[in-house]
Design a protein around this ligand. Structure first.
Ligand SMILES: Nc1ncnc2c1ncn2[C@@H]1O[C@H](COP(=O)(O)OP(=O)(O)OP(=O)(O)O)[C@@H](O)[C@H]1O
Ligand code: SF4
Ligand SMILES: [Mg+2]
Length: 375
């Protein structure tokens, strides 16, 4: 996604889950959670993956760490094919790709002190000799803004923000090149969110880390991303440099997402775009373009043929992207399009409105504090 050499690269990742299988029964269906996703992230860059709940973001994260096996596709770390590695080599490679989860309570062992939590990956990956572990634990705590005394405390003795700091320190302990952060601030208060985002930015600058940053919250994504991938029902529908995607979103879904984001400057404020139709079930994704059931521009071709995502800098998987772009004012958010309901009248129309509620709820809680990128 950038000209710089990627440290982590994925090509054509596919993951399907069989669901509803009893002890001896047949699977009731197959969820197509990730369907042909490719990405690349370079040192010092942040690729944000954004999309609604259930679109496959966490599945993608788990694939990137090979916590689950893809059904198809390739994952490369520094050019090395992770799927070709045996268990020992995979463990060594895993050191370089670490994960930060949304819920640090769930990812930290409640019976382990912070010191032991951090010493474990140091030992597992033989990062430093045993005699240097205690000093390295203190250094890790300091790097994430926790005092040295925190080493004696247990997860329940930390606040939510401090626990996430500890989870980040544990991810750093192995000396990774890439952090995959799955909704790392979604469970935190807005003021604490800003502190954790600042910490991640400082660490990225200091250590040259590459981030895959997963979020449903576009306000957060806008603050952290250098590149953006917009995901819908298992597929990337728009990818590109964050500045370009935010200034000139080209996929109707991205336009709808951004239309739901409050913009401070009234002159740049687009109309709120309201999508018609239900979110399709991932058990039976629509044929053709998966977005066609909600897209105001859909035609017969969209209903039959899946549009590819071209390998361009700012890429969009849409048959009609050119025509739609020609009708959009730059940086003004999506305009009024045929089939896009921006009015307030009519019970039938109101019933049809799917307003991306979770996105709006995030913003209605209040926009996060400004994101500092200064040291
Ligand atoms: N182990 C599993 N077995 C069956 N289905 C699964 C499994 N894991 C995920 N899924 C399904 O795959 C789809 C994608 O799930 P995933 O958790 O990746 O979405 P997500 O984008 O992370 O959602 P959220 O924003 O709510 O975290 C969903 O339909 C989900 O129900
Ligand atoms: S391909 Fe068709 S249905 Fe899909 S986003 Fe483009 S116009 Fe809409
Ligand atoms: Mg998830």
């Amino acid at each position: 996604m950038t000209g710089a050499p990627a440290v982590l690269r994925a090509e054509g990742l596919v993951k399907r889950f069989e669901v509803g299988r009893g002890l001896f029964g047949r699977a009731r269906g197959v969820v197509s959670a990730v369907d042909g996703v490719s990405l690349a992230v370079a040192p010092g860059r942040t690729l944000a993956v954004v999309g609604e709940s259930g679109c496959g973001k966490s599945t993608l994260a788990r694939l990137l760490l090979r916590l689950i096996e893809p059904d198809d596709g390739r994952i490369e770390l520094d050019g090395q094919d992770l799927r070709a590695l045996d268990e020992g080599s995979l463990l060594r490679a895993r050191r370089h790709v670490q994960m930060v989860f949304q819920d640090p309570f769930g990812s930290l062992n409640p019976r382990m002190s912070a010191g032991d939590t951090l010493a474990e990956p140091l030992r597992l990956h033989a990062v430093v000799p045993a005699s240097e572990r205690a000093a390295r634990v203190r250094r890790l705590l300091d790097q994430v803004g926790l005092p040295a005394e925190a080493a004696q405390r247990y997860p329940h003795e930390f606040s939510g923000g401090q626990r996430q700091r500890l989870a980040i320190a544990r991810a750093l302990a192995a000396g990774p090149k890439v952090l995959v952060c799955d909704e790392p601030v979604s469970a935190l208060d807005v003021s604490i969110q800003a502190q954790i985002l600042n910490l991640l930015a400082d660490l990225q600058r200091e250590l040259g880390l590459a981030y895959v940053f997963i979020s449903h919250d576009l306000a957060v994504v806008r603050q952290v991303a250098t590149e953006v991938a917009v995901m819908y029902l298992g597929r990337f529908v728009e990818t590109g440099p964050a500045a370009q995607v935010f200034a000139r979103p080209r996929h109707p879904y991205t336009q709808a997402l951004l239309g739901a984001v409050p913009v401070a400057d009234p002159a740049r404020r687009g109309r709120r775009v309201v999508l018609a139709g239900d979110v399709p079930s991932p058990l039976a994704p629509p044929p053709g373009c998966r977005f066609h059931t909600r897209c105001p521009h859909a035609d017969d071709r969209c209903r039959q043929e899946a549009p590819p995502l071209p390998a361009t800098l700012h890429a969009v998987a849409c048959w009609h992207a050119e025509q739609i772009a020609a009708r959009q004012p730059a940086a003004a958010g999506p305009g009024p399009d045929a089939g896009t309901d921006t009015s307030n009248d009519g019970a039938r129309q109101r019933r049809q409105r799917i307003v991306l509620q979770h996105l709006q709820a995030a913003f209605e809680r209040g926009a996060p504090a400004p994101f500092s990128s200064s040291p």
